[in-house]
Design a binder for this molecule. Structure first.
Ligand SMILES: Cc1ncc(COP(=O)(O)O)c(C=O)c1O
Length: 330
């Protein structure tokens, strides 16, 4: 960690000396390294994970009134991004075991206005992608390093500081194999200004800074090792408490959040000798601002929200901290 801090300090000094703080060589280098890491041709850094989703949807040419199918159990920003793009989210139920979008519910939500579907790789576990004949956008805010190839249009990442790959401030990226979409996002992130200098879309700005890009380049080098440490921690918890209701594991799960389901969740949290969290306390269908986007009931999303508990899981945890949680679970 001390080494990483020194590297970040040196990178900040380098950027200060260069006088180039936005849209410079650090961003360019990060985009090329992150594209390669994710197995895509292009990466575009933007200001947040929410913007990575929003600009992807705008860049795909979706228009007001178009519908985007979204799981009802996710972080609110997945759905906020759809609304911020001027589109209509359609919230559907999630799979009972996995907590990720339920394929049948997605199929049933199709209408003549459906233009896209967002799959969320919840907690860092690669979700299966429904094939319902509409373009798919992947929300990988939890899933840096978890994903293989897919037929999606693009994958959106968040670099919020607590993510598996986190920056010093907000940040995000879109990765895609679609050159035209990548070019549109390049224009959209700078007020809609095309390479030829014309303003071809009405947009704000959405940029990943040079400092953040440099920090992410440093983090990227240890991402696989950090993810392996997360998996090791979770595997110890699972062995310590095999009777708990663990969601099915996956070999590429990167354990952004280590979540177990406990029917008496609040009592469990009160008694736990370690800190716990809840991701997420309500399905999006129960959030006042988003209720109106629910069409069909989402009972599995409600069950997840009622029972999910997040256990401590960070690559920086010491063995004795992990042992303490394991004993507390046993
Ligand atoms: C699943 C999911 N999608 C999208 C986002 C939005 O990312 P950001 O906070 O970088 O805008 C988050 C953030 O926590 C998230 O958890």
């Amino acid at each position: 960690m001390a080494g990483r801090r020194q590297e970040i300090g040196a990178a900040v000094e380098r950027i200060l000396a260069s006088g180039r703080f936005l849209l410079g060589p650090e961003l360019e280098a990060f985009e090329s390294e992150f594209a390669e890491f994710s197995g895509h041709r292009f990466a575009r850094g933007v200001a947040s994970g929410t913007d990575a989703l929003r600009l992807t949807l705008v860049g795909m040419g979706l228009q007001p009134g178009d519908e985007v199918i979204v799981p009802a159990f996710t972080a609110v920003p997945t759905v906020a991004a759809v609304c911020a793009a001027g589109l209509t989210p359609v919230l559907v139920d999630v799979d009972r075991e996995m907590g990720t979008i339920d394929h049948r519910a997605a199929q049933q939500a199709l209408t003549e206005r459906t233009r896209a579907l967002i799959v969320v790789h919840l907690y860092g576990r690669p979700a299966t992608i429904p094939d319902i004949g509409v373009p798919v956008v992947e929300d990988a805010a939890h899933a840096h390093g978890a994903l293989g190839q897919s037929n999606s249009v693009a994958v959106a990442y968040s670099f919020y500081p607590t993510k598996n790959l986190g920056g010093l401030t907000d940040g995000g990226a879109v990765v895609t194999n679609d050159a035209a979409l990548a070019d549109r996002i390049t224009a959209l992130r700078t007020h809609g200004r095309s390479e030829a200098g014309y303003y071809e879309a009405i947009e704000t700005n959405s940029r990943l800074s040079e400092v953040n890009s440099a920090v992410l380049r440093i983090g990227l080098r240890s991402l696989d090792a950090d993810n392996a440490r997360r998996r090791e921690i979770v595997s110890q918890y699972r062995s310590a408490s095999p009777g708990m209701h663990w969601p099915p594991d996956h070999p590429r799960h990167v354990q952004h959040l280590c979540v177990v389901r406990v029917p008496e969740r609040d009592l469990f949290r009160e008694r736990a000798p370690f800190e716990t969290g809840v991701h997420y306390a309500r399905p999006v269908t129960h959030e006042p601002a988003y209720r109106r986007f629910a069409r069909d009931p989402c009972p599995h999303a409600e069950d997840w929200a009622r029972e999910c508990v997040t256990l401590p899981c960070f690559p920086e945890m010491t063995d004795s901290e992990v042992d303490e949680v394991s004993h507390g679970l046993a």
